[in-house]
Write a protein that binds this ligand. Structure first.
Ligand code: F6P
Length: 457
């Protein structure tokens, strides 16, 4: 750790607010890997966490200044609703996210018109508002840990006002190399990289994203910034406590009853295009088609929860996910067996219960910064379940050697890999599961925090 005060800055904060029936503001602990990773380390400490006021209730809470909620010291950064929406929806989620995950259908998108330029200006303004809020709130000599693609420009703006603080940027996403980054307008790519390299250092979950960042800096700026690799890990105590909770235990009992002797393939994801949910369903359908012994004998549990529904792509994707699940059930279900269990309820204990019970965990993203689910599964699964993992997930760097590889675009290959995983010998299952558990347990979120602080030196 460090003697220097710590400030965390992220778009989505550790708590969000809503009004209850009496019109009182109530706080709720936020979801997502950042909160589950960093949360236990900063709860009850002096660390201030600045995050965007994402809703009207958050905005009202922001007017109170620093709030103590759910054990966190939170300061909501209030940005006017429309510029915030443009920065979040248009730039962070529809432009940078799509660029970083290789998700554009290039003959049609992207298209950088005048309206998009207004959104880019809004992104700059939101980053400036964050920098100002941090400059006002940070104790002298603080280390400021800036998280993710929403806030790439905070570092230089902060340094202008507060040269005493050290800002480190961390990307939870992949990062594109020069070819993929070149989809952005030249001046935007340059401004983005100048913003990132204007931090003391930039961190990534894997050497692959770091190398891509370094190569992009060389290509666009003609020089490198300071960068480092540090993979986030799940907190074993935290996730095991959830698995042992009454809610997760009850969900596990329900699942056991539903499954009986059947094998269980699970996935746990946001309904997010980069997670490759549709090809996962297609692979499962192909498994039933081409490996008939599994008909009646396997259930695919998709615990997937809605995300970014302000964007039409995500709304449409959710519908496609629901249709894909329905179609498989329509074709194959019998009176005794429903092949797909689709759960969109965003019930964390229930998802963790699924992670304790899987025989195969499917993690097949087209690209993913890390993927904490693969790690959480390794910690709580009690059946020596097999991990079918895409090499495009950052977690591949650590877990690939103890997983079954699934090519994210190869649907038939994924179906065969699922069959191979379901029929793996118990010795091999145990050996892989033990290896994964050992790899994941060797690191903790505290290591990740320490490595960010070390990068500030
Ligand atoms: O993994 C990258 C990330 O931006 C996280 O920081 C965030 O929690 C997650 O994606 C979900 O995104 P959003 O906050 O837009 O729902």
């Amino acid at each position: 750790m460090t003697e220097r005060p710590i400030v965390i800055v992220s778009n989505r904060g550790p708590v969000s607010f809503r009004w209850d029936d009496q019109g009182e503001l109530v706080a709720r602990r936020g979801a997502g890997g950042l909160v589950s990773g960093l949360g236990p380390l900063v709860i009850g400490t002096d660390t201030t966490w600045l995050a965007a006021a994402m809703s009207e209730a958050d905005r009202e809470a922001a007017s109170a200044g620093v709030i103590e909620a759910e054990g966190f010291r939170v300061q909501a950064v209030s940005v006017p609703a429309e510029p915030y929406r443009m920065a979040y929806d248009v730039i962070a989620n529809s432009t940078l996210w799509f660029t970083y995950h290789g998700m554009f259908d290039r003959p049609l998108r992207p298209r950088f018109d005048r309206r998009w330029r207004e959104a880019w200006q809004a992104y700059r303004d939101v980053n400036q508002d964050f920098a100002d809020a941090v400059a006002d709130a940070a104790p002298a000599d603080a280390v400021v840990l800036v998280q993710d693609l929403h806030l790439a420009l905070v570092g230089p703006a902060l340094e202008r006002r507060r040269p005493d603080v050290t800002a480190v940027h961390f990307s939870h996403t992949p990062f594109p190399g020069p070819d993929d980054l070149s989809v952005l307008p030249d001046d935007v790519a340059e401004e983005l990289l100048l913003g990132m390299t204007g931090h003391h250092a930039c961190g990534f979950h894997t050497a692959r994203w770091q190398a891509a960042f370094d190569a992009s800096c060389e290509a666009v700026l003609g020089r490198r910034g300071r960068s480092f690799v540090s993979a986030l890990s799940s907190d074993p105590d935290d996730i095991e406590a959830v698995a042992a909770s009454p809610a997760a235990q009850a969900a596990r009992a329900d699942l056991d009853e539903l499954l009986g002797d059947r094998a269980f393939i699970a996935r746990v994801d946001r309904i997010e295009l980069s997670k490759n949910l549709l090809r996962g369903f297609e692979a499962f359908a192909d498994l039933l088609d081409h490996h008939p012994r599994w008909r009646g004998n396997v259930v695919f549990g998709a615990f997937v929860y809605p995300s970014r529904e302000g964007l039409p792509e995500y709304l449409a994707y959710r519908q496609q996910v629901e249709t894909a699940a329905e179609e498989i059930n329509r074709r194959w279900a019998t009176a005794e067996w429903t092949p797909v269990l689709l759960d969109t309820s965003d019930d964390f204990p229930r998802s963790v219960a699924a992670l304790t019970r899987y025989d195969v965990l499917l993690v097949n993203p087209i690209r993913d910064g890390l993927n904490l689910v693969a790690k959480e599964g390794a910690l709580v699964n009690d059946r020596d379940g097999v991990l079918c993992l895409s090499p495009e997930a950052g977690a591949w760097a650590e877990l690939g050697e103890a997983s079954v590889r699934v090519h994210p675009y190869d649907v038939a290959g994924t179906a065969d890999a699922l069959d191979g995983a379901l029929t793996m010998s118990s010795d091999d299952r145990r050996a892989q599961a033990e290896a994964r558990r050992a790899i994941v347990s060797a690191r903790s979120p505290a290591d990740w925090l320490d490595e960010q602080l070390a990068a500030a030196r």
